[in-house]
Every structure is written in C-alpha cells, then in structure tokens.
Design a protein. Structure first.
Length: 83
C-alpha cells in the first residue's frame, strides 16, 4: 500500500452524522466519486443512502463519475434544496 490519502471534508448534516468535520481517507490509486460514496456508506451506515450525497473535488462541484486521485480535497455534503 502506498499510504496515499485524500482529504475528506464533511459539511452540515453529514458532519453531524459521522461525528467529525473531516479525515484523511486512504486511497490507493484512483477512484470515482461513486466508488468513494459507496465506501463511505459502508464505513458510515448512518449516511444511507450515501449515493444521494454530493461531492466537490478541489472546490469544484463534481459528478459521481469524477476521478479522484491521491492528494485531492473532497467535500461531502447533502443536496441543497431551495424554495
């Protein structure tokens, strides 16, 4: 294992549910946003369904198909609804 990580940042309700604002997440090679969300759902079942969560990679909103690489900063947050 290379020991490579990404910086995960949790916002609002996501931070409340996981009990922290962020963590270093091990990432060996590349991953997609969807794979990351699936792994988050396994580690934190209280986020279910994790696939509904949104991502921003390096401060840019991203789709689940985004490629995440070691060293990236990934923010995880719930969809925002307006009215």
């Amino acid at each position: 294992m290379s020991g490579a990580t990404i910086d995960l940042l949790y916002f609002a309700r996501v931070a409340e549910l996981v009990g922290k604002r962020g963590e270093a997440w091990p990432l060996d090679g590349e991953s997609t946003g969807a794979q990351l969300l699936a792994a988050l759902g396994e580690r934190y079942p209280q986020l279910a369904p994790a696939s509904r969560l949104k991502l921003a990679v390096n401060q840019t909103h991203a789709k689940p198909t985004v490629v995440i690489r070691p060293g990236d900063e990934v923010a995880v947050f719930e969809p925002v609804t307006g009215g």
